[in-house]
Design a binder for this molecule. Structure first.
Ligand SMILES: [Zn+2]
Length: 138
């Protein structure tokens, strides 16, 4: 993996408005700084180019790992492989919605991403609820 230099990291963080591009956790609410993450890892052919980089919280990065796809939890018997959400190529609101702090997958892409990245762990749901109450998050 090629190192992400300070200026590049800052540009990617600014592009993401300093929030995780998967779970929308603001960096200021996380216990650690978010990181630049390869959406498609090098082992799957992804490159060190802006179109393949996103800003993500450590929880999303750890749960995603090198995964790029999974099986739709609504249709497990069909064994259809569905790609995970791609923050550079897809619009978050087309695949997810926020309901009382929980992120719901609206599409197969949304559903596999919610499950694989464990987007509704108790800590992040509670943070989203508190942010909503404080009117800091639309
Ligand atoms: Zn996240």
């Amino acid at each position: 993996m090629t190192a992400i230099l300070g200026g590049q990291r800052r540009r990617i963080a600014e592009r993401a408005a300093y929030q995780c591009e998967y779970c929308h956790l603001p960096e200021r609410c996380a216990g650690a700084l978010h990181e630049v993450h390869y959406i498609i890892p090098a082992r799957h052919g992804g490159g060190n180019v802006p179109e393949n980089l996103c800003y993500a919280c450590l929880s999303c990065i750890l749960h995603k790992g090198t995964d790029i796809a999974s099986i739709d939890p609504l249709r497990p018997d069909d064994m259809i492989v569905v790609p995970l959400f791609h923050p550079r190529q897809q619009a978050w609101a087309q695949h997810f919605r926020l309901v009382d702090g929980r992120i719901e997958g609206l599409t197969p892409v949304g559903r596999v991403t919610v499950r694989q990245l464990d987007l509704n762990d108790l800590q992040r749901v509670e943070i989203r609820r508190r942010l909503h109450r404080l009117k800091r998050q639309p």
